[in-house]
Design a binder for this molecule. Structure first.
Ligand SMILES: [Fe+2]
Ligand SMILES: [Fe+2]
Length: 185
């Protein structure tokens, strides 16, 4: 409905205006880099969630690499090669997450002594190919659920982090879908 303006009545709508005080605040606190005051009070929470996701990705890198080396030459070298492809994809996710943590002024946690406790997904030492595929499918489904929940939590609080999480989620869904097909073979 268009807003009708009459002589004695001014329109109620203000229009789309930037917050000038926010722009002024952005000129201060230069040490915060990309994070301006409008970011809100979520920075520590987002960094914590991202650090748990980083730990998960790093454990996934190690689990897939271990599977790549130990499944090599078993029934299906083709699937072993795919484990390596996934391992490299998880490493790329870890790199993106660590970069975002730094942009948010946080510290990416690579501490190996607490990695497994902080990871949502498990490491796996299966020796048999089907068990490896199953362990990876479980891990990917946990990752899918984790990223879905994180996207919900971040919402419109941080659109850059949200877009990154959405990209990673799409990759994890693809991984889970592939593993499901290999399990059915
Ligand atoms: Fe990943
Ligand atoms: Fe994955």
């Amino acid at each position: 409905m268009p807003i009708v303006e009459t002589k004695n009545q001014t329109p109620q709508r203000q229009g789309l205006c930037l917050d000038e005080a926010g722009l002024a605040a952005a000129r201060q606190d230069l040490d915060d880099g990309a994070v301006t005051p409008a970011y809100g009070p979520w920075r520590d929470d987002v960094v914590r969630l991202l650090n748990d996701a980083l730990a998960t990705e790093l454990v996934c890198v190690m689990r897939y690499r271990r599977h790549y080396f130990t499944a090599d030459g078993v029934e299906s070298p083709k699937i072993a090669e795919e484990f390596l492809v996934h391992a490299n994809a998880e490493l790329a996710h870890a790199v993106r997450i660590a970069e975002r943590i730094v942009q948010l002024g946080g510290e990416p946690n690579f501490d190996p002594t607490t990695l497994l406790q902080r990871s949502h997904a498990d490491y796996d030492e299966s020796r048999e190919l089907q068990a490896m595929i199953r362990a990876n499918l479980v891990a990917e489904r946990v990752a899918v659920e984790t990223y879905r929940q994180m996207i919900d939590l971040v919402g419109d609080k941080d659109s850059t982090t949200r877009r990154m999480l959405e990209d990673i989620l799409a990759d994890e869904e693809e991984h889970a879908d592939e593993l499901k097909d290999w399990l059915a073979r």
